[in-house]
Design a protein around this ligand. Structure first.
Ligand code: DQA
Length: 139
């Protein structure tokens, strides 16, 4: 699940997020998941309530969630609450190192309820998260 403005990857702040486009990232994730035998749905929304709905729908549909909640990471109690209801593995993901950036980005409202997290490793973080999710699901 990808949050606001991540659809503009490749155009926005390349110094933070690199030059990969959202479509290419999606393709890479689908390829990796297929290779590992995982079924994924790669989604994005700019709307907080839609992300809450995606998380709620995931309870019945999916065994795990990888989420880059983007700016909502730092603001959304609603997304935190929805994730807290999902009782299966959750990986928090950020392309940039949020702890090296502005103070308001250094607080995540979800880190303390997720299984684990990856940040600051660029778009590779998505591939690493897929591998980590596969390992979590094997356990
Ligand atoms: C981000 C970091 C957030 O602070 C920011 O609002 C984003 C992307 C990241 O992937 O590094 O949109 O989640």
């Amino acid at each position: 699940i990808n949050g606001p403005n991540l659809n503009l990857l490749g155009e926005r702040e390349q110094s933070q997020y690199g030059s990969i486009t959202f479509d290419k990232l999606k393709e890479n994730c689908q390829k990796k998941s297929q290779e590992l035998g995982l079924d994924i749905e790669f989604t994005q929304s700019n709307i907080e309530g839609e992300i809450v709905n995606l998380i709620q729908d995931s309870i019945k549909k999916f065994d795990g969630i990888i989420i880059n909640a983007a700016a909502f990471t730092h603001t959304s109690v609603a997304i935190r609450d929805a994730l807290d209801i999902f009782k299966k593995p959750i990986i928090e993901l950020h392309i940039s190192n949020i702890y090296k950036r502005e103070e308001f980005r250094q607080k995540s409202l979800i880190s303390d309820i997720v299984t684990g997290g990856i940040f600051g490793l660029g778009a590779d973080g998505y591939i690493l998260a897929i591998i980590a999710m596969q390992n979590l699901l094997k356990k």
